[in-house]
Design a protein around this ligand. Structure first.
Ligand code: MRU
Length: 368
């Protein structure tokens, strides 16, 4: 799928005047999903009009939408788009929901929020199908509401993560982040960027260093963009500058998002996070990981069991259309790495801040 395959629904200049930009929008009047095409940022704000679960699958696979929570939210809407024209009774709608969820689960492997959201849609369909009072149309409407609910909850969750994380920051601190765990990657606020937005709202001044995040440049194209739009003090650096910036004493904390936290507190996040964490430890700088509970996967014992996506060589050899490596060179392009738990100072969730030992304290989050 290339951006050209989609009709433009909205284009705005990215001149710092656009305000808050929502990455996932349910378009109720057109009955479709509008997804901000994040591949075009920071040059252009354009929404892709998506009508089918296949459209959503393509958008996830090809990074039009990315970031663990935003992937999960989009997939939930994808399930709805996949079942809305299904014929038959409630059992048939349930069967189709399961089929669509199975299909959307193949879009990307690492972010567990994808599977969490799909499981939630399936569980809701199960519950609805067992009721006698619902028509298939009513069931479909309830599944759309479930997807809208997942999105609304994520906004609230991110705000709570920001509130808890803010306890860890003081006025004047330098904060380094990697990849994009901001509003673009979630329903709003982000995970790692949520405390930065809340700090700004409350007059606490933080100076953010955004790693550019090779090879797809989520840090440069997305984090620097959204923080700049919001008027946050952000300085863009290449990934290989993080050590130097730390050695100068400009960074007092690292905060990143994550795609999956294993039961022992190992965290998978965008490739390069592990290097940043090792550098931070060498400089005595704490590393904070911010995520919703839906990113914590207690069924995955350690980081070794987290599936790590490998992406096309072309992201490295001819990223953004320019050949930067010899034709035929061997390439290794993992999209994520695992940071072992000993490098993680704290994990911040909507339920509060979790400290080591993670194999004990993460499970407590799920105690009812
Ligand atoms: O490949 P991406 O852009 O989907 O990777 C995104 C990240 O690694 C984010 O840090 C993570 O999903 C957390 S988003 C709140």
């Amino acid at each position: 799928m290339t951006p050209e395959e989609f009709i433009h629904t909205e284009t705005q200049p990215t001149d710092g005047q656009a305000g808050w930009i929502q990455s996932v929008r349910w378009n109720a009047s057109e009955h479709r999903l509008d997804l901000l095409d994040q591949r075009l940022l920071p040059e252009e704000i354009r929404y892709l009009p998506l009508h089918t679960s296949r459209d959503v699958w393509e958008a996830i696979r090809h990074l039009a939408v990315r970031g663990a929570p935003a992937i999960g939210i989009s997939a939930a809407f994808g399930v709805y788009l996949g079942i809305r024209d299904a014929g038959g009774d409630a059992a048939a709608v349930l069967e189709e929901t399961r089929k669509q969820a199975e299909y959307l689960a193949t879009s990307r492997p690492t972010a567990v929020n994808l599977f969490w959201a799909l499981d939630r849609m399936k569980a809701r369909a199960d519950e609805l199908a067992s009721r006698q009072d619902l028509t298939p149309a009513g069931m479909k409407q309830a599944l759309l509401e479930e997807a809208l609910g997942i999105q609304a909850e994520d906004e609230e969750t991110c705000r709570l993560i920001g509130e808890h994380a803010l306890e860890l920051f003081q006025d004047g601190m330098g904060v380094l982040t990697h990849c994009n765990a901001g509003g673009l990657a979630t329903a709003r606020y982000g995970t790692a960027l949520a405390p930065i937005y809340l700090a700004q709202e409350r007059g606490i001044s933080l100076r953010v260093f955004a790693d550019e995040t090779r090879p797809v440049l989520q840090g440069a194209r997305l984090t620097a963009f959204e923080l700049q739009q919001a008027g946050v003090d952000v300085t863009l650096i290449c990934d290989n500058m993080a050590g130097m910036v730390m050695s100068k004493g400009w960074v007092q904390a690292v905060i990143v998002g994550t795609d999956r936290v294993a039961a022992n507190g190992d965290v998978a996040n965008k490739i390069g996070t592990y290097s940043v964490a090792v550098l931070a430890k060498a400089h005595g700088i704490p590393v904070y990981v911010a995520c919703p509970l839906s990113t914590i996967d207690l069924t995955t014992p350690t980081g070794d069991e987290i599936p790590i996506e490998e992406r096309p060589d072309s992201e490295i050899t001819e990223g953004f259309g320019k050949r930067t490596a010899p034709v035929g060179v061997k390439v290794f392009n993992p999209a994520f790495d695992v940071t072992p738990n000993e490098y993680v100072s704290a994990i911040i969730t909507e339920k509060g801040i979790v400290y080591p030992p993670y194999n004990v304290n993460l499970a407590k989050l799920f105690d009812i």
